[in-house]
Design a protein around this ligand. Sequence first.
Ligand code: THU
Length: 161
Amino acid sequence: MKKETMSFGYEVYDSSDDLNADDALLIDTARKITATAYAPYSNFKVGAAARLVNGEIVSGTNQENASYPVGICAERVLLGTAAVLHPGMPIETLAVSYKNGNGESIKPASPCGMCRQALKEFEDRTASPVRLILGGQTGKVYVIESASQLLPFSFGGADLE
Ligand code: THU
């Protein structure tokens, strides 16, 4: 028996003011687009904004449903939108923010497990990492080089071969 370790590094910024201009614009877009979330059940409005490799910014917000499991997270709305508007085009960076009607929004929130799997598939199909920027409406911001780092031991198409 031997023990293995997995770890990854990520950047922590005290505030989005410390990001470069492109990244600051992206998290700002994610913060503002939360206004279009449909989240009457959780009151937790999530906004996602991605810069594609052609420089275009696409966005997504969570869309809930009275039948709760039918709701879709902001990240997966965005991935579907990007794939429809620009089939096969990689995402360079994807920012996620949120506005919590029940509390504060002063620290980053991470994509849920289902979105991590969807992000991993998007990385695979575009053969390109999706860099993540995570932050609340204010406070610290995390930058992660590749979304799949959040999903160690992931399952993918290669496992089906
Ligand atoms: N949600 C997202 O949109 N993205 C995430 O990564 C976490 C959760 C949404 C789903 C649901 O509409 C609400 O936030 C509360 O879970």
